[in-house]
Design a protein around this ligand. Structure first.
Ligand SMILES: C[S@@+](CC[C@H](N)C(=O)[O-])C[C@H]1O[C@@H](n2cnc3c(N)ncnc32)[C@H](O)[C@@H]1O
Ligand code: SF4
Length: 375
């Protein structure tokens, strides 16, 4: 079976996401990392990448001109975040940064002086809804930051950083999508926006995944150093994704579809780059997503191209070809070059597996629903 995509760029990943730090100053309810059920929730000590090791890994890849992304935790809690932005931008590569937005006000000037290409700022609704999901006082601080950054950028007559919002659709936020985008925030300040469904996995999926990983890499110990035993008793980061299907039973799928399409239409009129994960914003598709009937979704597919084009570096140095699925490790940049990992036996085994069959938890990965040609 072919993967259906060009493998000529195999010397290096063409999209690299770096989890600079696990640390985060919020405890968002739905978060698979720091939320109540998330795999980091009880962690006492967090890990961050050593800057010298990170710099070496970035430099090894720069000449291949990959597109970079940062990840967290909260990327702006990483002390050398602006050094890393400068390195990547001076190396001629693109860079996206997702952020909870709490540091934008403080770093607005630095962001205009050393701009990444795009900021994806997390906001999940009008103030009372956002703050219920993300924490009291968060909305106001983030919006102040956006206004300040936008004003500084305009004063300079600059286009960068692109300012965008990521909205996560959960049982708490699903009725406020339209109100938030069309009546609460000033859309004219945004260059891009993304509406994404809460990712989750069933206990059965994670159990099967555990079996698959044991079969694929029988010699590997669980990566329990990264996670807390309370939420991940089997030592898997993926356990932080487990949710009860009943949590989604009260959601109005028709209304979600209507609102997303309404926002999309407005973005079209205003020239704002719009994405939705999953892409097909139709009632049945959304119902299938939130009732764990992923195989019936219009967006479901049998293969994933990401192990051939993508690498993510976790804060402990582990490299995976999957977004946030840090149990699927191909090597570690503290001991090996990222380019050797990219060509190594573990990644070959992962690719062979994905060529045959997806991992049981692939449906809980945002990249599963993403178009790999668009970052
Ligand atoms: C894990 S956060 C890391 C960056 C930063 N801390 C932030 O909040 O933007 C990246 C994105 O994942 C989203 N997220 C958290 N939990 C999620 C879940 N269960 N399903 C989908 N997205 C989720 C966040 O809202 C954010 O937009
Ligand atoms: S700010 Fe980001 S990483 Fe932190 S808890 Fe919220 S979603 Fe998770």
């Amino acid at each position: 079976m072919t993967t259906g995509h060009d493998l000529s760029g195999m010397n290096a990943p063409r999209w690299i996401v770096i989890q600079l730090t696990e640390a985060c100053n919020l405890r968002c309810r739905m978060c698979y990392e720091w939320g109540k059920a998330g795999s980091y929730h009880h962690k006492k000590k967090t890990v961050a990448l050593d800057y010298a090791v990170l710099e070496k890994a970035i430099r090894q890849c720069l000449s291949y001109k990959p597109y970079f992304g940062f990840f967290g935790g909260e990327p702006f809690m990483y002390p050398e975040v602006f050094k890393a932005i400068k390195l990547i931008k001076e190396g001629g590569c693109g860079l996206d940064i997702p952020t909870n937005g709490l540091f934008i006000e403080k770093y607005a000037q630095d962001l205009v002086d050393v701009p990444p290409d795009r900021l994806w700022i997390s906001l999940d609704g009008p103030e009372h809804i956002n703050d219920r999901q993300r924490g009291t006082g968060v909305f106001q601080r983030v919006v102040r930051g956006i206004h300040k950054l936008h004003a500084l950028r305009q004063a300079r007559g600059a286009k960068l950083p692109g300012i965008g919002v990521t909205f996560i659709v959960t049982p708490e936020t699903h009725l406020c999508i339209e109100e938030f985008f069309l009546s609460t925030i000033d859309l004219s300040m945004l260059d891009h926006l993304s509406i994404e469904f809460m990712q989750y996995a069933t206990p059965e999926q994670v159990k099967t995944f555990r079996g698959v990983m044991e079969e694929l890499f029988p010699e590997t110990e669980n990566t329990s150093s990264c996670i807390s035993k309370e939420t991940s008793p089997n030592g898997l980061i993926a356990e932080g994704l487990i949710r009860d299907r009943a949590d989604f039973s009260g959601m109005d799928f028709k209304e979600i579809a209507r609102q997303i399409n309404r926002v999309k239409e407005e973005c079209g009129k205003m020239g704002i780059y719009f994405i939705a994960y999953p892409k097909t914003s139709e009632e049945d598709n959304i119902r299938n997503y939130f009732t764990a009937s992923w195989e019936k979704m219009a967006d479901w597919h049998k293969y994933c191209p990401f192990p051939w084009i993508y690498a993510e570096i976790a804060a402990n140095g582990d490299v995976t070809p999957c977004h946030t699925q840090y149990d699927i490790t191909a090597g570690n940049i503290y001991g090996e070059s990222i380019l050797d990992i990219w060509k190594g036996d573990r990644l070959k085994a992962i690719r062979n597996r994905v060529r045959r069959e997806l991992f049981p938890i692939c449906t809980a990965c945002a990249r599963f629903y993403a178009d790999p040609s668009k970052h």
